[in-house]
Design a protein around this ligand. Structure first.
Ligand code: PMP
Length: 407
């Protein structure tokens, strides 16, 4: 059984007050909090071992290098990749996608080729592809979703032409919470020879991942949404594919030999890790994964699903509530509007009650355009949230509705 009271003890920030009110943190989709275990591990490395990785012969450097590579192995196991060479550390999801858009684009995208993304992507999984299309004269295509927030797979046959070289899809939408049928998408994309990048930014903290079972070509995520530090993320890519892609950034560590006439490049994964990495962040990410695994992702998922169902049920009782995204498979993200109340007004009023939510376009303007709204309010659940917090949140919503006479 998942023991939320025990888990909360590891996150002292959850006991903080804001404006003299108990903090109810429901902005986990933007970033999660970090447990003491992660903070202490990073502190330990800063205080006792800090030294640059992969370069030194001395004790401290070796200590950090070992911990950095141990974290790589932890990540590999966490997403069930076949080899450490397939785990590249980046600054986050955004950087991982930009790396692929540049490097895969250089190797494989020609004029007239097509890239397919879905209508519900985060800007991070749209803009790098647009930039690539502009550079190469390629074309960006879009797979739409219906009003429930589910992808319209009936359009796939038309959209998946042999010109499509890459499909970019979020495993879980950061606005609608939809858990997309990525395995089916991957299978169908592969049939026409396209590669698939899965944006796992909103998935890894809720759903066990097996990149080999999914058979995705790339899988990306950020540490800070997985109870780990900011400034570190992961790019998984199939080894043979990564080997056929050129380096993205040049500099130290990504080279084998440097001569003014010609430079040769390091092996995977280092070919894609130019410069000093955020190794203490990487070590922190490893610790975050260790922490999550000690609780059990399947157990976390069951608990969060109960909370989500409870929250949906209670939210539906609030007058003039409009929930965006009611897919059959939905995870942890609750975006909504209260009547005609501006999203930032709702957000500000909730904030004054101690309730932290996100408002605005949620880095997904096309989703806003789909529903014809300028923005939404988003509550997003983490494993440490409780049904009491959902109650406080929904009481807050009732109060806002009352202030605006929606009842
Ligand atoms: N994709 C999705 C689905 C996200 O939710 C986010 C973060 N909001 C990103 C990409 C970008 O992640 P980061 O800002 O950590 O690079």
């Amino acid at each position: 059984m998942f023991d939320v009271a025990k888990v909360r003890k590891d996150f002292p920030i959850l006991e903080e007050q804001v404006y003299g009110k108990r903090l109810v943190y429901l902005d986990n989709g933007a970033t999660t909090q970090r447990p003491l275990q992660v903070i202490e591990k990073m502190n330990e490395y800063y205080l006792k071992y800090n030294s640059n990785v992969h370069r030194g012969v001395h004790f401290l450097s070796n200590k950090c290098t070992d911990a950095n590579e141990e974290a790589r192995e932890i990540v590999r196991k966490f997403i069930h990749a076949g080899s450490d060479k397939e785990i590249i550390f980046t600054r986050g999801t955004t950087e991982s996608i930009n790396l692929v858009a540049f490097s895969f684009g250089e190797a494989f995208i020609r004029e007239g080729d097509e890239i397919l993304v879905t209508e519900m992507e985060h800007h991070a999984n749209i803009v790098p592809w647009q930039m690539l299309c502009e550079r190469k004269g390629a074309v960006l295509k879009v797979l739409p979703f219906n009003d429930k927030g589910e992808l319209d797979l009936s359009q796939l046959d038309t959209l998946l032409t042999p010109r499509v070289k890459l499909v970019g899809v979020a495993y879980v939408s950061n606005v609608l919470g939809t858990v997309n049928p990525v395995k089916e998408l991957i299978g169908r994309a592969h049939r026409i020879g396209a590669k698939v990048l899965v944006d796992g930014a909103q998935a890894v903290q809720h759903i066990p991942i097996d990149v080999q079972a999914l058979d995705c070509d790339f899988f990306v995520f950020s540490g800070h949404k997985l109870y780990g530090p900011t400034g570190v993320g992961v790019l998984y890519g199939k080894e043979d594919l990564l080997n056929r892609m050129p380096p993205w950034q040049g500099g130290g560590e990504m080279i084998k030999e440097v001569h003014f006439e010609k430079t040769t490049y390091n092996e995977l994964p280092f070919k894609f890790e130019a410069g000093t990495p955020d190794f203490i962040g990487v070590i922190g990410l490893g610790e975050a994964i260790r922490y999550v695994e000690s609780l059990g992702l399947p157990e976390i998922a069951v608990y969060e699903q109960q909370l989500l169902d409870y929250a949906m049920e209670r939210m539906r009782q609030v007058p003039a509530m409009r929930i965006f995204g009611e897919a059959i498979r939905k995870s942890s993200v609750l975006s909504f509007a209260l009547g005609e109340i501006h999203h930032s007004d709702t957000g500000i009023l909730l904030d004054k009650m101690g309730i932290a939510v996100r408002t605005g376009q949620l880095c997904a303007e096309p989703v806003m355009q789909h529903y014809g709204v300028t923005g939404m309010v988003r509550a997003s659940i983490g494993m440490y949230n409780t049904s009491e917090e959902i109650d406080l949140f929904c009481e807050g919503l009732h109060r806002v509705a009352k202030m605006f006479k929606l009842a």
